[in-house]
Ligand binder design. Structure first.
Ligand code: MG
Ligand code: MG
Ligand code: MG
Length: 307
């Protein structure tokens, strides 16, 4: 029975490329594996697949009757619909353990590193499987993306080692050029609605019974969104009204200045101000050094909610 490999909903570059890389590794081990994604690719991922010669993946949003391997997540609310405890056969991830459960023992590899691509590179090595040069390019791009070119606090020495090895395999001499090419694509705002931009890299979380949403836009400069700040805030309002959130955050992350303008829409601003020990100026606050939703924004919010 074919294993459908999928990353999280609102797929990012790691989710899509990890699905490809893990499917290839499963195939090398004699399994039948199909890399999939749960929705359309973001502009960065389109650029990456195009650059290394891959076509978009099949979109798979319903796990009914399927055998599933999850990459880059283990949260039910980010997984395909109708995921049963019988359907998941593997998890490869670098986030906190989520709430997916299984009826049987499964292969599960999670590590506190910057990217699923790094774990997959280590799995290829452990199994003695050579990484295809084009797949190596994808994994390399994913690590640069997830670690924000090594600047994210999630980045580890293991990620740097994987990049050094993957760039050789992929024949990529200049990772700075690759990263800037990806940043240019990922920070494109022209032609996208405010709702598209809010949801480009967006996740919902349950924090002690409070629904908290957090989107992130990685930008080369905050000037890129200066003209659409009101539109983005209105999109947050619509999303909050429709979703019944306690709080919606939008991280406008300036990758070059290494900080985030955090836009806040909350039933209780003081919770968010307390979480980041900062005061709102209008509907946002500048938080120096904030790059990572997973390692900085979400844990601080969870603490503020007493999780
Ligand atoms: Mg991801
Ligand atoms: Mg990832
Ligand atoms: Mg990400």
């Amino acid at each position: 029975m074919a294993i459908y490999v999928t990353g999280h909903s609102n797929p990012d570059t790691d989710s899509v490329t990890a699905a490809i890389a893990y499917a290839e590794l499963l195939k090398a081990g004699g399994e039948e594996a199909i890399p999939t994604m749960q929705g359309e690719m973001n502009p960065e991922t389109i650029t990456v697949l195009d650059r290394f010669g891959f076509s978009p993946l099949e979109i798979m949003t319903d796990a009914t009757g399927k055998t599933i391997a999850l990459v880059d997540h283990s949260d039910l609310n980010q997984a395909p619909d109708n995921l049963s405890a019988d359907s998941v056969v593997a998890i490869v991830d670098h986030h906190k353990i989520g709430d997916v459960t299984t009826n049987n023992p499964i292969f599960c590899c999670t590590k506190p590193v910057g990217c699923t691509g790094t774990i997959l590179k280590q799995m290829y090595d452990a199994q003695g499987v050579a990484v295809d040069p084009k797949v190596a390019g994808l994994m390399l791009a994913a690590i640069l993306s997830d670690t924000v070119n090594f600047k994210s606090p999630t980045c580890t020495d293991e990620d740097k080692k994987a990049v050094a090895e993957l760039k050789e395999i992929a024949g990529v001499t200049d990772t700075e050029e690759l990263f800037m090419d990806m940043l240019k694509a990922k920070s494109t705002v022209e032609g996208f609605s405010a709702n598209d931009l809010l949801n480009r890299d967006y996740k919902d979380f349950d924090m002690n019974g409070n629904k908290v949403g957090c989107g992130q836009l990685e930008l080369a400069t905050l000037d890129q969104v200066a003209d659409i700040r009101d539109d983005l805030y209105n999109a947050m309002k619509e999303q909050k009204a429709a979703g019944g959130h306690h709080t919606i955050l939008l991280m406008l992350t300036d990758v070059m200045k290494e900080g985030t303008q955090l836009v806040v829409l909350s039933d209780d601003d003081s919770v968010v101000e307390g979480a980041f020990d900062s005061k709102l100026d209008g509907n946002s606050m500048w938080i120096p050094g904030m790059m990572s939703r997973k390692k900085q924004t979400v844990p601080n919010m969870q603490k503020a909610f007493g999780c």
